[in-house]
Write a protein that binds this ligand. Sequence first.
Ligand SMILES: *Cc1c(COP(=O)(O)O)cnc(C)c1O
Length: 494
Amino acid sequence: MINKVRPHPTQNELLLFEASSPGKKGYQLPPLDVPAVDPAAALGAGNARAQIEGFPEVSEVDVIRHFTRLSTWNYAIDLGLYPLGSCTMKYNPRINETAARVDGLAWAHPYQPDSLSQGAMKVMAALEQCLLEITGMDAVTLQPAAGAHGEFTGILLARAYLEARGNPRKKILVPDSAHGTNPATAHMAGYAVENVPSNERGMVDTETLLRVVNEDVAAMMVTNPNTLGVFEQNIVDVARILHDKGALLYMDGANMNALAGISRPGEFGVDVMHLNLHKTFSTPHGGGGPGSGPVAVKSHLEPYLPLPRLQCADGNWSWGYDRPDSIGRVRAFYGNFGVLVRALAYIMAHGGDGLKRATLDALLNANYIRKQLEPYYELAYDEPSMHECVFSDARQAKRGVDTMTIAKRLIDYGFHPYTVAFPLIVKGSLMIEPTETESKRELDLFVEAMISIAKEVEENPDLVKSAPHSTRTPRVDEVTAARKPVVQWKRSVL
Ligand SMILES: *Cc1c(COP(=O)(O)O)cnc(C)c1O
């Protein structure tokens, strides 16, 4: 088993402060051949710093090795498959980085006058056009800084729209398969949340919906395809049922990687939706890095979009603030510009055909994994999978091994774990999203690892239960690790 494990560095790393030894330096200067001066006298007392207390004294090689080793500890998409379902951890093409580092874009300052920002504004306008084309919606704001922020903005728009018609209404419907940010958003926007159970096919049930929609419902938030990786086949009816009662359809577009270039939410009745540029349109994400959650709306919600809005007159771009119905700003300045540049670079490098191809490949990859693993893991819902597939640990649980334990064992095989225990409607779920960027070879390695673990569970469950074996720290108590993390290696441990 152990020889299948990819090599990993030992993680016994001292802090630089601990590696410090008095007098060590990262440089060597020739003896002074001019008269020595007192820095405080030469520079002025305020500009000269006395000794820095406790500053590490280390050599150049100490520093280089320290940071190089640290850089290898994180599992990264540049290292291998990152099958974290719902997150669309795709490879981030380097052309995006080249575009984002173009001097005029990288150094653009939001306080620059419009006349000196025309290029940056054109980039944003071009991205808006692309997103409208991809979604089939009428107007879009690039301001929100992440998916959840987009949801919040979108629901505020729905509220403003309904309020203008006389009644903001009381509640938001959320299917039980929803991402946790959906009910959180509804709550933060001042709505009560009503959970709508999915049917036996894992979809929103139109019969149930008919029963629960009334004039108190402001909107329903639907992820499509949903978090089971299943396309909501009744989405047109869902929209109609909501609209008949004056409610709106919000689409959580985090899963657009399954639709881009093929199907447009604007055509199936969506009133307002967000996109996760950092997922579908490839910006490195995770760990709280910058994201972008543009919100696209149909024309009836356009007057409420956050200000300022990009506008063009006689070929000149400017920011328009004259929007009396706007919900106001949702963020300082105009959006996470670097992410916007990357998204546009990604979209333009692919073109329409390329985006469609990427979507089809994402679907193919997810279905390849599903077919290969079906004999070994219990499929949660036997509906066609889109860009991700969801299994449960039902078979392994009989041997006392749950999804979290399988995920830990996967680390020993050199892969980042899949998403554990989400969506909540699947007990012990394993949610796997390979994305289009993986080759068949990488998928086969992953499948082989998963099958091998399934066999271990049958033959030697204790080996799996004690995983991970290849990491510096054995399995930790997750709650304590999250609440009281110990991030410093103690000499006394060895
Ligand atoms: C990722 C995700 C979100 C939240 O997006 P963030 O950018 O992480 O705030 C919302 N809904 C779904 C379905 C997601 O996958």
